[in-house]
Write a protein that binds this ligand. Structure first.
Ligand SMILES: NC(=O)C1=CN([C@@H]2O[C@H](COP(=O)(O)OP(=O)(O)OC[C@H]3O[C@@H](n4cnc5c(N)ncnc54)[C@H](OP(=O)(O)O)[C@@H]3O)[C@@H](O)[C@H]2O)[C@@H](O)CC1
Ligand SMILES: Nc1ncnc2c1ncn2[C@@H]1O[C@H](COP(=O)(O)OP(=O)(O)O)[C@@H](O)[C@H]1O
Ligand SMILES: [K+]
Length: 503
């Protein structure tokens, strides 16, 4: 799915209106009716109680007025609060006139009427037409609403929040429990700093022009299963292990052989034909027993890796999980960057070594995949002012070093060398547990070994890793989920995204 800017979303609305030869008021009716259906499917009139609909002067307020009318028609108790304004949009005005007289309307000029804790409030004050931070009466209403402890549901976007840029600290923004938006996600929904405003977000289709969306260049994508169609074909009957490449993992040090084991198992469960693992001597028995399917190539040193093995046999190389940062391990990394012909996946301590020796970044082979969490990314670049700035840094970093960077998080974001960002849609907070990242390294290394392009390996790997986490959480719950559980569900996750050739 593409992530459009507020401006592009407005253009998509206009294109739909032109194409379907409808008026904007029909599209508003469609959007707000979809919203009403969503709400009434979740709350009966009794559960909802009296619903307060707060409406601003533009089309977001218009959506609120349509929702108020529709809810009233369906037997819900509704009252409307109108923000004072010197001008209103045409569609607001049409729907103000259509509001049944039986729906009480309050002027918000005198402030927010008293709201019972837990009352249901629909926030239709401002949507994507927000052009500046809220101040004056609007800001005061938002602050009163946030203090009221109501169950707030934002229509399209929490009022005061910009769709694709940060707003100044301390500006007034509605804190919603749910945000119900239309057709495509907004960047603001995907960033941790906005979670307290957005709450749970939902998308409702409203039939925006397919053609317009397809033709619009988007700098950002939200990765769902439909995007992955054809990326992982089913295995041909006469496939053999050579078809699926030979991966090499360099991982583990004293006390962190577990990281090597997790990456190893993940790589095996992600379809690599063969896997060799370079571990320090101390890892030999552990690895052979826990993953007999992998070949173990022990380093001459006992506790950490000191020598790079011959690289010729391998079609992809992953380095980092549990590696440690010993001087001789750093030398191995330096040599690897110089000598590797096969594609690289670089994680964890290998990233930290790059961060401590930034001159090495210039030696990254093109199309390498780096998998930092935000702290590791900061060590490679600089502290970010906020989540938007971090994305700018990500874009610049990938362009500068011609690499793919998987910035891990709840919505993991892959940066590609030409500057496009891909946000992942799978995964859950149960995956916030030690070793989850080591699993991801194994997954992506396996996909690179199978000759997937760096873009496909990174996007598909991150998606399947998150999906495996979601399937695992169905069995274990989030608190009980271990990184090893993600590994167990990689097979089912990959099965879901494998494209079968029918007839
Ligand atoms: N287009 C369509 O067909 C569809 C659109 N849809 C809906 O429309 C929404 C977008 O509507 P919109 O463009 O009218 O903008 P909206 O967010 O209501 O606000 C604009 C008004 O607010 C004012 N204003 C701005 N900032 C302000 C501030 N800080 N403080 C005070 N005032 C401020 C601004 O004034 P101005 O900036 O011009 O001075 C203007 O009067 C979208 O989110 C979705 O809900 C759906 O129905 C689907 C079909
Ligand atoms: N709240 C969350 N929602 C979805 N995925 C998450 C969440 N928290 C962590 N993850 C995923 O778990 C992995 C954690 O990686 P990382 O921080 O490197 O862990 P470790 O170093 O312990 O292996 C990443 O892939 C990340 O996207
Ligand atoms: K809103």
């Amino acid at each position: 799915m593409k992530i459009l800017t507020a401006d592009q979303t407005h253009q998509a609305d206009q294109a739909t209106i032109r194409e379907e030869k409808i008026t904007s008021e029909v599209l508003m009716e469609r959007a707000a009716t979809a919203f009403t259906d969503w709400l009434t499917a979740r709350q009966s009139p009794a559960e909802a109680g009296e619903i307060m609909v707060l409406c601003g002067p533009g089309n977001n307020g218009g959506d609120g007025l349509v929702a108020a009318r529709r809810l009233h028609e369906r037997g819900y108790r509704v009252q409307v609060g109108l923000l004072p304004a010197s001008k209103h949009s045409d569609d607001f005005t049409i729907n103000r006139q259509r509001l049944p007289a039986a729906v009480p309307v309050t002027d918000l000029a005198a402030g927010l009427p008293s709201i019972q804790p837990n009352a249901l409030v629909l926030d239709a004050l401002f949507g994507t037409g927000l052009s500046r931070p809220l101040d004056g009466a609007a800001a005061a209403i938002v602050q009163q609403l946030n203090a009221a402890q109501a169950r707030v549901i934002a229509i399209d976007i929490p009022s005061g929040l910009l769709a694709d840029a940060p707003q100044p600290a301390d500006s007034a923004v509605v804190r919603a429990r749910h945000t119900v938006s239309f057709e495509l996600p907004k960047l603001a929904f995907l960033l941790p700093q906005n979670a307290e405003y957005v709450g749970h977000w939902h998308l409702l289709p409203i039939g925006l022009s397919r053609e317009f969306i397809e033709e619009t260049d988007a700098a950002m994508h939200f990765v769902d299963a439909t995007m992955l169609a054809g990326w992982l074909p089913e295995r041909p009957k006469f496939a053999h292990k050579g078809t699926y490449g030979h991966a090499l993992l360099l991982a583990g040090s004293h006390g962190k052989i577990g990281a090597a084991v997790l990456a190893t198992k993940a790589c095996l469960h992600s379809g690599a034909g063969l896997l060799t693992v370079r571990v320090p001597g101390i890892g030999y028995d552990i690895l052979q027993i826990s993953a007999p399917e992998a070949m173990t190539l022990t380093d001459p040193a006992t506790d950490f890796i000191t020598e790079l093995p011959d690289l010729k046999p391998y079609s992809a190389i992953g380095i980092g999980p549990g590696l440690g940062k010993e001087k001789s391990t750093k030398d191995v990394l330096v040599k690897l960057l110089r000598e590797a012909q096969a594609p690289l996946v670089i994680d964890a301590d290998a990233l930290n070594l790059l961060g401590e020796n930034r001159e090495l970044l210039a030696q990254l082979p093109a199309d390498s995949i780096l998998t930092p969490h935000p702290k590791e990314f900061e060590r490679l670049t600089q502290p970010a002012r906020d989540d938007y700035h971090r994305l700018e840094l990500l874009r610049t970093f990938c362009q500068q070093y011609r690499c793919y960077t998987v910035l891990k998080g709840a919505y993991t974001c892959l940066g590609a060398p030409e500057g496009t960002l891909y946000f992942n849609s799978t995964g859950n907070a149960g995956m916030a547990t030690g070793g989850s990242g080591d699993v991801l390294t194994g997954v992506i290394t396996a996909l690179r070994a199978q000759h997937l392009s760096p873009l496909h390996a990174a996007v598909l790997g991150v998606y399947a890793h998150g999906r495996a986490g979601d399937l695992a959480a169905q069995e274990t719950g989030e608190a009980g989920l271990l990184a090893g559980d993600i590994v167990r569900f990689l097979g089912p996750a990959f099965r879901e995204v494998t494209t079968r050739t029918e007839f």
